[in-house]
Every structure is written in structure tokens, then in C-alpha cells.
Design a protein. Structure first.
Length: 239
């Protein structure tokens, strides 16, 4: 199967449903391969870095919640300190041990952003993205849920079923994320666009704009796959 390559312009073809299915099949094969699990030992150093990155994301998101905006310095800090950790983890053969480690601890919201970053970066590598595009993808994945900093924590942490009104409010995190990111000078517009579209779906049943197929941005599709995969692997609802 051939994938689009190069930078995110006309050189890249849209990520199609057959490509999505192929990638998901390959990832599930890897996850279910017991021989790999038996022969690969968890990398403690990577685990420690991932836990540190999760803590950084937690602190950054808490600051964003208080200040109600994102500074360019915050994004630059993520690019300098967290993106390299994600890229290293995505190359690690014990990637699924990382997911298991992340889902056994509290503060899923923050760890989820790291997990999605790892999966998206892994997929971007398999799709042959350029170094620049891969870096943009990793940053977009880490920040895809930043709009949840504008959602009341009582809703995000509610243990029971959400009401229709509550769910409608949580769905607005995509718009909030776009609003937070679009005005930051010096970062690609793709970062904000991915925050807006990562819950859109190929069949038009996603949100917030019910876009279909080629109308969904390429990076948004990759992050959407990573978002769903990590949520399902961790046993959490997809929001």
C-alpha cells in the first residue's frame, strides 16, 4: 500500500479509508503479537520521560485554564522539551507497554495527550511524512484537546453518563481549542485546524461541522485515528 509523502501540500494525497483500515490492522497485529511482548522488556528510561512529559502537560494545561490563553512561549516549550520525547517513544519497540503504563495511573486527560502524540507520530512515520510535517503532527496531537481547558472540570471528571446538554458542552472543546491556538503568532495554522477537526469522521457523523472525507484536513485524520485508538486501548469514552 502506498502512502502520501512529502510536505503537507499538493504533494500529499488524502488519507483514505483503506489506508486507515490498513494502519489499524497493522497496529492491532502488533498489539496482539504475544511473541513481541515476551521478548521486549519495558524501557524504564522512556517510561520516566513519558511520565515527566505528562506532568509537564498537566502543569501547562492548568496554567492555560487559569490564564484562559496560550502564550507562544508555552508552545515553544512543548516543541523543545516534549516533542523530542514523543518522537523517541514512537520509535520504541515497547510502545504498547507505554500505553499500559499510562492507563494504570490517574490523570488520564493529560496522559491521553501524550498517548495520542506517540500514536500519531508513529502513524506519521509509517505514512512517510517529511521531518517538518512530522514535527507539526506531533505538536498538533499533543495540543488536540487543549480546548478542554475551557470545559468545567466537573464535566470532564463526571463518573456517570453525561446529559445531552453536558455532552454538547464537551463537544465544544474542538472550537475552544481552535480559538486558543489560531491567534498564536509563529505556529502553523495546521495546529489550530487539527484541534478543530480531530473529532470529524469520514462519514460526516463527527463534530463540530460534520465534515466528510477530503474536507477533513490530513493531520486531523491522523490525530483522529490516534485519539480513538488510545481511548479504546485505555478503556475510556471517546469525547
Amino acid at each position: 500500500m502506498k502512502y502520501g509523502k512529502g510536505k503537507l501540500n499538493n504533494e500529499i494525497s488524502p488519507l483514505t479509508i483503506p489506508e486507515i483500515d490498513f494502519i489499524m490492522e497493522e497496529m492491532n497485529k502488533w498489539k496482539e503479537n504475544e511473541s513481541v511482548k515476551q521478548h521486549v522488556q519495558p524501557n524504564i528510561r522512556i517510561h520516566e520521560k513519558i511520565n515527566g512529559a505528562s506532568e509537564q502537560i498537566k502543569n501547562l494545561f492548568e496554567d492555560i485554564r487559569k490564564e484562559e490563553n496560550i502564550q507562544l512561549e508555552t508552545v515553544e516549550g512543548i516543541k523543545a522539551e516534549i516533542v523530542p520525547i514523543i518522537e523517541e517513544a514512537a520509535k520504541n519497540p515497547d510502545i504498547y507497554y507505554l500505553f499500559e503504563e499510562m492507563q494504570t495511573k490517574n490523570e488520564y486527560t493529560y496522559k491521553h495527550n501524550i498517548g495520542v502524540g506517540i500514536i500519531a507520530t508513529y502513524l506519521g512515520t509509517k505514512l512517510g511524512l517529511s521531518k517538518e510535517s512530522l514535527s507539526d503532527l506531533t505538536l498538533a496531537a499533543i495540543l488536540h484537546d487543549v480546548g478542554k481547558t475551557r470545559i468545567p472540570e466537573r464535566l470532564l471528571e463526571k463518573p456517570g453518563k453525561l446529559t445531552a446538554t453536558e455532552y454538547d458542552e464537551i463537544k465544544r472543546h474542538t472550537i475552544y481549542g481552535y480559538e486558543l491556538l489560531k491567534s498564536i503568532p509563529g505556529i502553523p495554522s495546521s495546529i489550530a485546524l487539527t484541534a478543530l477537526q480531530h473529532n470529524e469522521r469520514e462519514d460526516g457523523q463527527g463534530y463540530p461541522h460534520k465534515l466528510k472525507g477530503s474536507n477533513i484536513y490530513y493531520l486531523s485524520k491522523i490525530v483522529a485515528i490516534a485519539d480513538v485508538f488510545h481511548a479504546m486501548s485505555s478503556g475510556y469514552a471517546i469525547l
